[in-house]
Ligand binder design. Sequence first.
Ligand SMILES: C[S@@+](CC[C@H](N)C(=O)[O-])C[C@H]1O[C@@H](n2cnc3c(N)ncnc32)[C@H](O)[C@@H]1O
Length: 416
Amino acid sequence: MDKTLNVVELFAGVGGFRLGLEKANSDVFKTVWANQWEPSRKTQDAFDCYMRNFSEGIHSNEDITTVSDEVFQQLEIDLLVGGFPCQDYSVARSLSGEKGLEGKKGVLFWEIKRVLENSHPKYVLLENVDRLLKSPSKQRGRDFAIMLATFRDLNYIVEWRVVNAAEYGCAQKRRRVFIFAYKKDLDFADKQLRFSKNEIVFKEGFFAKTFPVKLEPYKGRESMHELPLDILQISDEFSFGFHTAGVMIDGKFFTAHTEVANESFIPLKDILLDEDKVEEKFYLTEAQAEKFAYLRGPKKIERTSATGHKYIFSEGGMSPTDDLDGPGRTMLTSEGTVNRSSHIVEVNGRKRFLTPIECERLNSFPDNWTAGMPDRMRYFCMGNALVVDLITKMGKTILDIDAEENVTSEQIELLI
Ligand SMILES: C[S@@+](CC[C@H](N)C(=O)[O-])C[C@H]1O[C@@H](n2cnc3c(N)ncnc32)[C@H](O)[C@@H]1O
């Protein structure tokens, strides 16, 4: 069957979603529209990188909030993807009352909602920091509950899972929550509805098929709940920290703390360049080495709070250099700078930063994907990006799901 799936990529960065999906099958996944805009920056390095690496489809470099509804109405979208910031998603009654609800201004999740309302894609795949499941700290889980209710009201079933890339065959400990939503009128939804929510989370669902887990929750942590019907009530009152996995159907959700079934990772040493290819500028100067020894060492420092109260800030020590036999730690946008979070590797007795190419490898991007921009921006873009191989795995599951959509019994006979 010559099926294609039209993809729209929001908050596209340097194109991690698109690359991952194309690695799964570039004949089927066709990105028809992609948007990337770095606020308050003259240079648009991520967008330029996207343009260098991809040619097909429309590439928009504008603030997504300024793109009109008509643009989305004209697109036929099967799959919407995007990694969006974790923000405050609270809602309030609009001043004029009759206009309904108003989300906080500048919140980018409402842009995702707007695309859904205007184009009704079959599938949605989103990525965010795992903190989203518990935020804000004073009303745990409220923001995620608002997202779930938004999908409920638009007739989607939602599954979510926190995935640590280093547990599923990748080189970086990067824990991110992935959210997969699908329309309730799909055959796949029909099939899922035959299972219990527990079976979906542990065995049969999108994430269970892609990233297998042990069949029991960690320390028995699981529970079943129902979202209040009124999203305003959720915004005002909801407080519940979601577990690492779950499914929501018609506002009822089951959530559990899952554990990887068979852990596997790529050790840091396997993604390092040959030392003769590492430029001198990446090796630490004596002053930098000293600064790192301090930053990564244990410390107890007296500090004064804004109210004048004195307290002792203490921080445990970490190993002076990163373990080459383990996976890399989480890469941040400040990677490559003198900062406690930057990786430092010691090879042949010399300490150095990771190079931008090695950072691309930590995210399973091809070498030199971000070449052409300053090193500082290459690190920044990789800190923002995602682990591409995880998207490839999820892309393959979407292909399996979609291959069975609307297949008539005659077509099944022809396939046999
Ligand atoms: C977490 S990053 C996503 C990275 C991407 N998944 C990748 O593989 O590179 C979020 C992106 O959203 C972009 N962004 C932030 N505000 C935006 C806006 N108002 N309109 C469009 N893009 C925006 C940022 O520049 C950033 O590249």
